[in-house]
Design a protein around this ligand. Structure first.
Ligand code: A3P
Length: 272
């Protein structure tokens, strides 16, 4: 047992830790875990194991870049390091701080239909609260206050992609931010992941045989190095049915923001 402990602690020969070459900046519930796990299939990718929250949490940022690098995985010289923290996208300070570290870093942003994202966000908080024995509310009570859409609800604010994107574009050119279509990644992951390979200048190594559809989970799972694995059960949970009037209120509020976003990124999505 002593030897095993030493082996797990000492790095593989020839490896070292590096600040990320690429960061998945969000969006929360966009499919960030799926994207990181799928990229990790690539032999030249070393993915960070945890969400670091370096650029969005002041108390972590204060610890400095060496602290940050220590949290990165050991990698070989031919590998690139990738980190994901979904909170970066909606953080006011993250873009400026990331640019201060590396102004030519490649950013990955995975987005899905913002209405769907609100419901997914609600669902995650709902289950977290249940686990922690805290009271929960119906989604309609959070979305609407006395008949009007509660635009201060955090889950809605995180879905204002144009607002957050405008802040990133103050610090990075659009070409440096590759947007992954999270809705497409769910239905047909390979082409989306291949676009990321190209964006990161990686040789094409991820193949259709790396994915298989798991009927029970209802999602694609990963086959790599002789192992098959699906994402954690908290990924891909059923969503609650939302009252139709409330849903329409939410959709119509987001519509203008979506249009602004399409203009900003010079690309459109088929969000409702
Ligand atoms: P839901 O659980 O609401 O369906 P994140 O990792 O950023 O929190 O995103 C979670 C979302 O990733 C899930 O939201 C799910 O829809 C999506 N996702 C995309 N591909 C997936 C996959 N292969 N397996 C499970 N979830 C996937």
């Amino acid at each position: 047992p002593g030897l095993t402990a030493i082996n797990t602690l000492s790095p593989p020969p020839g490896t070292s830790k590096h600040a990320p070459h690429s960061i998945i900046i969000g969006v929360r519930k966009g499919g960030t875990r799926a994207l990181l796990e799928m990229l990790d299939i690539h032999p030249e990718v070393a993915a960070a194991a945890i969400e670091v929250h370096f650029f969005d949490w002041d108390e972590n940022y204060a610890k400095g870049f060496d602290w940050y690098r220590e949290l990165m995985p050991y990698s070989y010289p031919h590998q690139i390091t990738v980190e994901k923290t979904p909170g970066y996208f909606t953080s006011a300070l993250a873009p400026e701080r990331i640019r201060a570290m590396n102004s030519s870093i490649k950013l990955l942003l995975i987005l899905r239909d913002p209405t769907e994202r609100v419901i997914s966000d609600y669902t995650q908080v709902y289950f977290n609260r249940l686990e922690n024995h805290k009271p929960v509310q119906a989604i309609e009570n959070l979305l609407v206050h006395s008949g009007a859409l509660n635009t201060r609800y955090k889950a809605i604010q995180r879905s204002l992609y144009d607002v957050h994107m405008r802040n990133w574009l103050r610090y990075f050119p659009l070409e440096q931010i590759h947007i992954v279509d999270g809705d497409t990644l769910i239905r047909d992951p390979l082409p989306e992941v291949q676009k990321v390979e190209r964006f990161l200048n990686l040789p094409p190594r991820i193949m259709s045989s790396n994915f298989y559809f798991n009927q029970t989970k209802g999602f694609y799972c990963i086959r790599s190095e002789g192992r098959e694995r699906c994402l954690h059960e908290s990924k891909g949970r059923p969503h609650p049915a939302v009252n139709d009037t409330v849903l329409q209120q939410l959709r119509s509020y987001l519509r203008e923001h979506n249009r602004n976003f399409y203009r900003l990124v010079k690309r459109s999505f088929d969000w409702q």
